[in-house]
Design a protein around this ligand. Structure first.
Ligand code: FDA
Length: 306
């Protein structure tokens, strides 16, 4: 899928395209499908709505690559408020964070200190924090920061592993050894052939292998995919091995394959939706567009049509 993702993400980086996406009413509708609101107050009713269906959430404040420590501190404040508000509403305090939003470009120490500040609040409210995985330039430092944080907060923090990366298997094995909770994803960034499979089938095969490994030997893995073949494989594999459905969960993105979310929950499978909110929605939105030719075509038609 890199053949498709790379050019779409490259075009999306142009200022004119971003200006268009931000101002077009039709594109806005597509943004609203993927993003739960610009503020926590707008996102919380969506989380409550999912909860009424039996679906849990992980809330993500959109934003990445901050360049000042003030911006990183502001993100910490919103994340801790989010944990506390979820707790106060009787919802599971579960959030997803990106280290570049906590200052990773400014240095490992600041990103780590900010992560710890969030994890302390998570511990206070009985919550859980997932560290999202970003582009491969950050993988090594993200893993290292996670592992140090996990030593101190083994119950409160988990990591994401992308199966398009060649290193994924070694990372999964190391995470299983330390008893860390892994969310398995295919990977959403534009990556060079030196580090990642460029072929969809290779990424999917790796996903299947690592998913089975985690289901059998991992600690409460999150199977994060909308791919019907992989979901069916997970269900069949777990059933064949006698792995009960409370030992793992499925995860999907807000606004993607809502039919499959309902199908999973109504057939007794734990399902969590990743609910993003905030004003910095553009990079997240472009990754969702680059995942699916039909989405890209829709935006292109609006662009060409004026
Ligand atoms: P695939 O792309 O093959 O899609 C399977 C089917 O799902 C499609 O045929 C289509 O029906 C539907 N679908 C998928 N994407 C869609 C879209 N955008 N719009 C409409 N339909 C769509 N990545 C990353 O690099 N780091 C991370 O931390 C995370 N975190 C994360 C959390 C959660 C909960 C999920 C579900 C995903 C992520 N991802 C991620 C994104 C992930 O890497 C991947 O890009 C997407 O999940 C799409 O891949 P699928 O596995 O769904 O398969």
């Amino acid at each position: 899928m890199q053949w498709f993702r790379r050019p779409v993400l490259a075009i999306a980086e142009r200022d004119a395209v971003e200006r268009f996406a931000r101002s077009s009413g039709l594109t806005r509708k597509l943004v609203d499908r993927f993003v739960a609101g610009e503020s926590l107050d707008e996102a919380l009713p969506k989380v409550l709505g999912l909860s009424r269906l039996g679906i849990t959430s992980t809330l993500d404040l959109l934003g990445e690559n901050v360049s000042t420590s003030e911006a990183a501190s502001a993100a910490v404040a919103t994340f801790t408020t989010t944990l506390r508000e979820l707790h106060a509403l009787g919802l599971e305090p579960n959030i997803s964070i990106k280290l570049t939003m906590l200052g990773l470009d400014l240095g490992d120490e600041i990103a780590f200190a900010n992560t710890v500040a969030i994890l302390e609040v998570a511990r206070e409210v009985g919550g859980f924090v997932r560290i999202d995985m970003e582009g491969s330039d950050y993988t090594e430092r993200t893993m290292a920061t996670f592992e140090t944080a996990h030593d101190r907060f083994p119950e409160e923090v988990g990591i994401v592993i992308q199966t398009y990366l060649f290193r994924a298997r070694a990372d999964v094995e190391r995470m299983m050894e330390r008893g860390a909770r892994v969310r398995l994803v295919k990977g959403a960034y534009s990556e060079p052939p030196s580090v990642a499979y460029s072929n969809t089938d290779d990424t999917d095969d790796n996903y299947r292998r690592l998913m089975r490994l985690l289901l059998e030997h991992g600690r409460y893995p999150a199977i994060a995919t909308h791919d019907p073949k992989l979901i069916a494989d997970a269900r069949a594999f777990a059933e064949a091995k006698g792995i009960p459905p409370d030992r793992y969960e499925f995860q999907m993105l807000y606004g993607v394959r809502r039919d499959a979310q309902i199908d999973l929950i109504s057939t007794g499978y734990r399902t969590r939706v990743y609910v993003p909110f905030g004003i910095e929605w553009y990079p997240y939105f472009t990754r969702r567009i680059a995942e699916r030719p039909a989405n890209a075509l829709f935006v292109l038609r609006q662009f060409v049509g004026g």
